[in-house]
Design a protein around this ligand. Sequence first.
Ligand code: BEZ
Ligand code: FE2
Length: 407
Amino acid sequence: MKIITPHYIMLRDRVVSGLSVAFDKEIKKIAPFEELIEEFEGAEVTTLREHSLLMPGLINAHVHIEFSKNKTELSYGDFLNWLYSVIENRADLINECDLSCMSHAIDKMLDNGITTFGAISSHAMDLEACVKAKQNVVFFNELIGSQANMADALFSDFTARLDASKAVKREDFYPAVAIHSPYSVHPVLVKKAVTIAKNENLKLTAHFMESIAEREWLDEDKGDFKAFFDKLLSQDKSVTSAEEFLDYFQNTPALLTHVTNANPKELDTIAKNSHTVIHCPISNRLLGNPTLNIKALNEKKIRWIVATDGLSSNYDLDLFEEMKISLFMHADAPLLEFAQALINGVTVHAAEALGLNTGVIEAGKNADMIVIDLDAEPTKELPIHLILHRYNISKVYINGKLEKGER
Ligand code: BEZ
Ligand code: FE2
């Protein structure tokens, strides 16, 4: 058993002082130190410096580890130009990102206080790095391919990767299913993959309505995707509509990434089926996509969370940076309320969306916790200060184990 005494603790709905936390893999009890040391005699005791804040570890539900090599190779500013640049550079980027490159990205996330991540894996090249990660990992095996004549081969490649991730013997590693997007996956494949996720109770995710090009292609078979599909895939029509795509996810709550171009009817469907929207503001800005309409999500009571996307469309894997950019992009949102919602979107709400017993400092939750070195007593504006000041993270605990910082 361990007992930690920070100056302040961020609980679900308030910040407290004068309390300590007893934990092993799980948080056992939050109470005054004297009470805990009496109950858990012989516990390893850590007393933290003045103005230290214990808060839940951060959760990054959407990252592409295999693309961690990119810094300047991919073209930014326009979604289709970016996609062409991905296709042109994919083999080089992936071949050049070896285990140490991917582990470096994962360790950077750890330094940034990320204790859980959802890896969108295109080729399973990142399986070993993810298995070796110190974090909790949801390993989303991604299915892609819009051509009917390739469907069988692509599906067996997908199931082979899924099986490999299921064979992993590691605690806190969760095999899961990713369907790339409505425009890039044949409906036969979408249906089969959703069925697997549903029957086997695996987490399910998809990119949805990321670009204006996607909207135009799915609705009217036109726009920037027209030439793309014509040239690269000899298709003159989209394989599905957005509505049909969402229909496959009925009664199977999923994590839908981006959703920057969804129409009101689609948002109603998303709300009705309890899907979660993953907000990746930096990626959206860099790829020339619109900004997520969070006000509309709130009005429809759709849960939204915050993630970094991969280094293929970001310059860092830092949720504090991500929240800061979102705070400034949503310039008309009430500042404190929105800052609190962003913090919830990388902690409690992200844990709920991934179905994991973490994201809150509370008895019974896994002890995924980080120590933030504040420089003054927190005020009621703490969420704003956390996002603006990028305080030092001096300790990171994952499932009760100190993974960063001194004893
Ligand atoms: C496909 O494999 O069909 C595909 C891949 C990326 C974008 C669009 C389509
Ligand atoms: Fe993505």
